[in-house]
Design a protein around this ligand. Sequence first.
Ligand SMILES: Nc1ncnc2c1ncn2[C@@H]1O[C@H](COP(=O)(O)OP(=O)(O)OP(=O)(O)O)[C@@H](O)[C@H]1O
Ligand SMILES: [Mg+2]
Length: 418
Amino acid sequence: MNPADSIEAESEVRLLAHIAELIGTSLPLAEVITSAIRLTSLVMGVDGSSILLVDHDSGALTFYAAVGEKADQLKNVTLAKGEGIAGFVAETGLPVVVSDVRRETRFSGRMDQMTGFNTRSIACVPLKVRGELTGVLEAVSRKAGSFGDKELDTLTAVAAPVAIMIENARLISEVRGLHDKLAEASRVKGEYLATMTHELRTPINIVIGNLDLLLGGFVGEVSDKQRKCMETSMRNSGEALNLASGILDLSRFEAGQVAVRVEEFRLEEVWSELELLFRIGLSGKAVELIWEPQASLPPLKTDRIKLKTILSNIVFNSVKYTDRGSIRVSASLSEPEDRIRIDVQDTGSGIPEEFLPLLFEPFRQAQGALTRSRGGVGLGLAIAKRMGNLLRATIEVESMAGKGTTFHIQVPRCYSAE
Ligand SMILES: Nc1ncnc2c1ncn2[C@@H]1O[C@H](COP(=O)(O)OP(=O)(O)OP(=O)(O)O)[C@@H](O)[C@H]1O
Ligand SMILES: [Mg+2]
């Protein structure tokens, strides 16, 4: 091998290694591409080089990056479909070397007239990704005969990574655009649901209020038959109100409208506000409700209402799905992480294993007559999970069908947004 050949081969390898390094940096794409073609110009000893990208609808080529004396004037300039050597390469997909533009009819002098540059020779190669042409890489020189096979090989070698970089950046920006559109659509849907369910709650509350008056005998005597009808209406209105409230909560989360309100409180207070409701829910069932807080549990500094909702939704499920045995709720401090750990353990129906992955999804209820007969709409745990995420809490579950269920809640004792 001729020693000059090996020097050139080495510089091409070095050039590609430098470009690979550039790809690995966190610089913006335009800077990476400009640096890559600047290096290429230097190694090849040419006066200017540029990248032009094709518009697939019109076939026009637009300068994306350029280096050399007149580079600034070329930025965003467009060549018509098929115009000049670059246009020819974009149309045919073939590399071209022009040793002297004076003897080349396909050469368009328009760019030179615009910039005052005097092109004599050109090498131009296509940029292709998976066989599809995305643009061209062009090098120009003021001297005739500057380009041969070797220079064409170097340009072709550089074109491959450059084409992939540009295509990746295009794909990323396309995905980002889609993601933004989806996020916006979901936000609008959330806002719409929030408004609709909010509006729905007012008439349901009025219906419940009036049924209450009728059932209480405040507007006259009620026969047994009328009472039965009204009680059925009351139950169904209560379910409808729960549904509307659940959807309202959930859609507020989706619309990003839920804020954390931090206050200092004791877990015992929260429990005592809920306990009576749990006991009413358990009335008529042989189920023992046990509250076991660790002695001297320190106060919490987090969102009291949200923690109460999480606890209430989880314990109410135990109340609903346990017919005998016990529901044991224990609370303790896990010291090193300063988190409060609450375990809710019941001896109820248990949750089928195949249902566990769906447990926290909205409107999901384990199959079977049991769930249907206990009412509810399948929103309690979905809401608890979202509230938990907001408070940086974790909610885990262990369950065995027929044996019982244990929920483990761990919540930072002091809320912090990080
Ligand atoms: N402790 C439990 N024991 C048995 N099954 C449970 C328990 N907790 C949850 N499940 C199952 O998980 C499903 C989802 O619970 P979730 O609280 O989200 O909905 P729900 O209780 O059916 O309705 P809602 O809470 O909206 O009134 C329940 O329908 C039930 O099948
Ligand atoms: Mg529930």
